[in-house]
Design a protein around this ligand. Structure first.
Ligand code: UDX
Length: 452
């Protein structure tokens, strides 16, 4: 099948490269001509494991092409819209999607089958489809949301739990719609259940799934706070809960709070949408404020362990990205932690293997008023960041932080506190080096280490 992908950002590139990999002829379009030139040389603007290889494969076997001009997609059977959905303030916004669909609808030479893959607030696709149909009644619009996680997007695409297709069909049964049939063919090489439904339901499946997972993480975070207060072991609690098949263990790991481009904006937007419809959603309303307060709670734990306010303390912040395996800093809890430290007057020495310069710029830009109190700088590696530090905070689960040489780091520090926000510090090794490790609000004791 000849498929056009509109937008060579994160979702567009993964979709384009994977569609080419499963046998389609794909032209990926972006208005940024410089980006297209770089892509044609195999130079990717995003860091995603396995994507470079698939793009190289597609360019080599000529099933994948990149272009900056709409003329390149004349003759494609389907156009899949993968343009961005965040506005300048990182809030969720379907405006670019709408403009792109209408641009396609206006030009009769371009594919009349338009599939929106960008995530939309429920209700948006139906209004975009109505506007597109008003421009050209031969246009058909479907919604096919993606469920790919950063750092595992390629494998998520190629082995999906389900493929969701939303369409408001005039063929009676949506499953009989020709556009649904085309998408079924396009995805045939993937072995996954197909959910065919209306546009609003497809949008809601996507957003409700993300907000549910965000709620699950938030629940685990609140349980970790309760466990710290009652003397329970948060790790044992979530492991024990997760064995219940109705609950499941995934997305139940407590940490510094969720981040990224999807969960935060959607956890804020879904309750806002409900309010606009006059619908009460007290559970959903609480997710975002609870998530933000998790970073403050971790820093409270540091303050308690230090037995003093943080003004003047030097804190090594290990990790800045919102999770490991990506250079994405959007709404990163590590940045929230850094800002909370600065606001409390600490100086922050940060290290991140992929996003140090950009992360520091973000810390400094967003925390400008607080900088009068603390200051932020970068270190060349994790060991250098810890040198002379009063405390270390592990904020992102980069695997290398699991194997830190505490025997070397401990003596180089001025203080003795390690706050493990990701449950990965080698506690016996750090303790043996004379350090006090606080994992999710609980300090490891010698007795606990002996029985472990
Ligand atoms: C998410 C969705 O999972 C994906 O389906 C959607 O298409 C895009 O948004 P992503 O933002 O890449 O993907 O990250 P994900 O791996 O889902 O993690 C989201 C956040 O939750 C991260 O900050 C992560 O650290 C945090 N998290 C996740 C936890 O704190 N605990 C967990 O147990 C799982």
């Amino acid at each position: 099948m000849h498929i056009a992908i509109i937008g060579a950002g994160y979702v567009g590139l993964v979709t384009a490269a994977c569609m080419a990999h499963i046998g389609h002829h794909v032209t990926c379009l972006d208005i940024d001509a410089t980006r297209i030139e770089r892509l044609l040389r195999g130079d990717l603007p995003v860091h995603e494991p396995g994507l470079d290889e698939l793009v190289a494969e597609g360019l080599a076997n000529e099933r994948l092409d990149f272009a900056a001009d709409y003329a390149a997609i004349v003759g494609s059977e389907v156009a899949i819209v993968c343009v961005g959905t965040l506005d300048g303030a990182e809030e969720w916004d379907g405006e670019v999607v709408r403009a792109t669909v209408l641009d396609l609808a206006r030009d009769g030479r371009l594919p009349r089958a338009i599939v929106i893959r960008s995530t939309l607030l429920p209700g948006t696709a139906r209004s975009i489809a109505a506007e597109a149909l008003a421009l050209d009644p031969s246009v058909r619009v479907a919604h096919n949301p993606e469920f790919t996680r950063e750092a595992s997007a390629v494998s998520d695409f190629l082995a999906p739990d389900r493929i969701v297709i939303g369409i408001d069909s005039d063929h009676g049964d949506a499953a009989e719609d020709p556009l649904v049939a085309a998408l079924r063919d396009a995805y045939a090489p993937l072995d996954a259940p197909l959910v065919v439904t209306d546009l609003s339901s497809a949008e809601t499946i996507k957003v409700a799934s993300n907000v549910f997972l965000a709620a699950k993480v938030t629940f685990a975070n609140e349980i970790s706070r309760l466990a710290a207060a009652t003397g329970a072991d948060a790790q044992a609690v979530v492991d024990g809960m997760g064995l219940d098949k109705r609950i499941g263990r995934s997305f139940l790991s407590p940490g510094p709070g969720f981040g990224g481009s999807c969960f935060p904006s959607q956890a804020r937007a879904l309750p806002q949408l409900a309010r606009r419809h006059g619908v009460q959603t007290p559970l959903m309303d609480a997710i975002w404020p609870s998530n933000v307060s998790q970073a403050e709670w971790l820093i409270d734990g540091l303050e308690r362990a230090a037995g003093r306010v943080l003004t003047g303390l030097r804190v090594a912040l290990l990790g800045l990205t919102f999770k490991a395996g990506t250079d994405d800093l959007r709404e990163s809890p590590a940045i929230r932690i850094g800002q909370a430290l600065l606001a409390r007057g600490a100086s922050v020495v940060a290290y991140d293997p992929l996003a140090l310069a950009a992360g520091l710029a973000l810390l400094e830009a967003d925390a400008a008023p607080a900088l009068a109190a603390g200051s932020a700088e970068g270190a060349d590696d994790e060991v250098a960041a810890c040198h002379g530090a009063d405390a270390v905070v592990v904020a992102t689960e980069w695997p290398q932080f699991r194997y830190l040489d505490w025997a070397a780091i401990g003596p180089s520090m001025r203080g003795d506190i390690v706050v493990d926000g990701r449950q990965l510090v080698d506690v016996p090794a750090a303790t043996a080096a004379g350090l006090r490790v606080i994992t999710l609000g609980v300090e490891a004791t010698a007795a606990a280490l002996r029985t472990a």
